[in-house]
Write a protein that binds this ligand. Structure first.
Ligand code: HEM
Ligand SMILES: *[C@@H]1O[C@H](CO)[C@@H](O)[C@H](O)[C@H]1NC(C)=O
Ligand SMILES: *[C@@H]1O[C@H](CO)[C@@H](O)[C@H](O)[C@H]1NC(C)=O
Ligand SMILES: *[C@@H]1O[C@H](CO)[C@@H](O)[C@H](O)[C@H]1NC(C)=O
Ligand SMILES: *[C@@H]1O[C@H](CO)[C@@H](O)[C@H](O)[C@H]1NC(C)=O
Ligand SMILES: *[C@@H]1O[C@H](CO)[C@@H](O)[C@H](O)[C@H]1NC(C)=O
Ligand SMILES: *[C@@H]1O[C@H](CO)[C@@H](O)[C@H](O)[C@H]1NC(C)=O
Ligand SMILES: CC(=O)N[C@H]1CO[C@H](CO)[C@@H](O)[C@@H]1O
Length: 327
């Protein structure tokens, strides 16, 4: 009797421990296997960002796209191997991703110091943190221990990444599906305080809004509509770009919330954050530069949460040798 009941519960304890372990990342994960990892990553990232600051936003966005599609498993970095099975990189939302060469350079420097030890998914999480810090944002300890995935599918990007025309209800649902809250949504959207957008990502708000000739989105300040029309001539110019946070697009600050409150958010997904009580309250509390330290702390916490989405900590995950190719 006794042994019979002990054996299954002993087994289930082991299974439970393995499940718990699968969720487990830790800040000191490479302290023995690659003790200088973080200084190597920071040095190489800084070399790129100091000569082209605009890479910083691109690297932050890349980590977001990685985490929302199949979890933070480096799948965004993989190149397409066959035309009838395109990788995430070749999906519509990813066509504007930039900075893959930075990840390749960091990986190559890390490999020189510690061969086959550090995953590309972890490198991307560290690079995103360093990029934000290098342009005046917060820094935070990054829990590590992710393994790299072996699958990357273009159609999963479209299905998992929220598009710029989503309303707040749709955005909250999208974030909830990744275990992130409405508060995480408004905090992480604060990433739009840096970087650029192509006109094509928002020109539907400027011209023929909702199919009505010559109408624009009434939720956007008409003066801002006029200014954007000058930069984005019709029809759907796909080459022109604008700063998402004009005048402060390379400074990580609270200006994003200030422009949202002025009805100058660039995407519908930004503007719509005024329409929900939780997200609106956060915006109103952060319109002033004085709220910067509160935003910085929140951003760090939400980035750590985002960095834990669907991570692989064991098989079938691997340590990729080259970030753009599965082993
Ligand atoms: C809430 C849902 C989100 C939507 C709908 C969204 C949408 C977009 C779009 C359409 C662009 C412009 C792409 C282009 O036309 O070049 C963009 C850029 C950007 N996004 Fe988001 N985004 C979201 C959340 C996030 C999050 C969570 C982060 C990071 C924490 C982020 C960081 C960025 C950055 C830094 C850029 C600028 C990239 C560059 O300069 O190359 N976004 N986003
Ligand atoms: C997660 O890792 C940390 C540090 O390595 C360890 O202290 C903790 O017990 C682990 N937790 C689980 C659930 O494995
Ligand atoms: C996505 O593409 C793969 C092949 O690349 C296919 O097997 C799968 O059914 C597709 N999924 C959806 C939702 O279209
Ligand atoms: C958001 O969009 C969905 C789907 O189009 C719609 O059902 C819902 O009513 C919209 N919510 C708001 C607040 O506009
Ligand atoms: C739309 O606006 C353009 C530019 O202002 C103008 O030339 C055109 O006549 C307008 N079309 C209609 C149908 O109002
Ligand atoms: C977009 O507009 C710019 C001028 O504002 C022009 O130089 C460029 O050729 C246009 N591109 C396309 C694809 O229309
Ligand atoms: C969300 O949390 C649940 C419960 O902890 C977990 O089973 C699920 O895998 C998580 N989802 C993601 C995308 O991380
Ligand atoms: C289809 C397509 O344009 N894919 C692009 C995705 O993004 C990478 C990096 O910018 C490009 O190299 C691909 O050509």
């Amino acid at each position: 009797m006794k042994t019979k009941s002990v054996v299954p519960s002993f087994l289930s304890v082991i299974i439970l421990l393995q499940l718990a372990n699968a969720q487990n990342l830790s800040v000191g994960y490479y302290s023995k296997s690659c003790p200088n990892l973080e200084s190597i990553v920071e040095k190489t990232t800084a070399r790129f960002v100091s000569s082209a600051k605009s890479l910083a936003p691109a690297l932050l966005r890349m980590h977001f796209h990685d985490c929302f599609v199949r979890g933070c498993d480096g799948s965004v970095l993989i190149n397409t191997r066959s035309k009838n099975d395109p990788a995430e990189k070749d999906s519509l939302p990813n066509q504007s991703l930039r900075g893959f060469k930075v990840i390749d350079a960091v990986k190559s420097d890390v490999e020189k110091a510690c061969r086959n030890k550090v995953s590309c998914a972890d490198i991307l999480a560290l690079v995103a943190r360093d990029a934000v810090k290098l342009i005046g944002g917060p820094s935070w300890p990054v829990p590590l221990g992710r393994k790299d995935g072996r699958i990357s599918r273009a159609n999963e990007s479209l299905a998992n990444l929220p598009p710029p025309f989503f309303n707040v209800t749709q955005l909250i649902a999208s974030f909830a599906s990744k275990n992130l809250t409405a508060k995480d949504l408004v905090i992480l959207s604060g990433g739009h305080t840096i970087g650029i957008s192509h006109c094509s990502s928002f020109s539907s708000r400027l011209y023929n809004f909702n199919g009505q000739v010559n109408s624009s989105d009434p939720s956007m300040d008409p003066k801002y509509v006029a200014a954007l029309k000058k930069k984005c001539p019709p029809p759907g110019n796909t080459t022109n770009i604008v700063d998402m946070d004009p005048g402060s697009g390379l400074d990580f600050d609270t200006n994003y919330y200030k422009i949202l409150a002025q009805r100058r958010g660039l995407f519908q997904s930004d503007a719509t954050l005024l329409q929900n009580s939780v997200t609106n309250a956060y915006i109103q509390q952060h319109v002033n530069a004085a709220a910067e330290s509160s935003f910085f702390k929140d951003f760090a916490d939400s980035m750590v949460k985002m960095g834990k989405i669907g991570v692989l900590t064991g098989p079938p995950g691997e340590i990729r040798k080259i970030c753009s190719k599965i082993n």
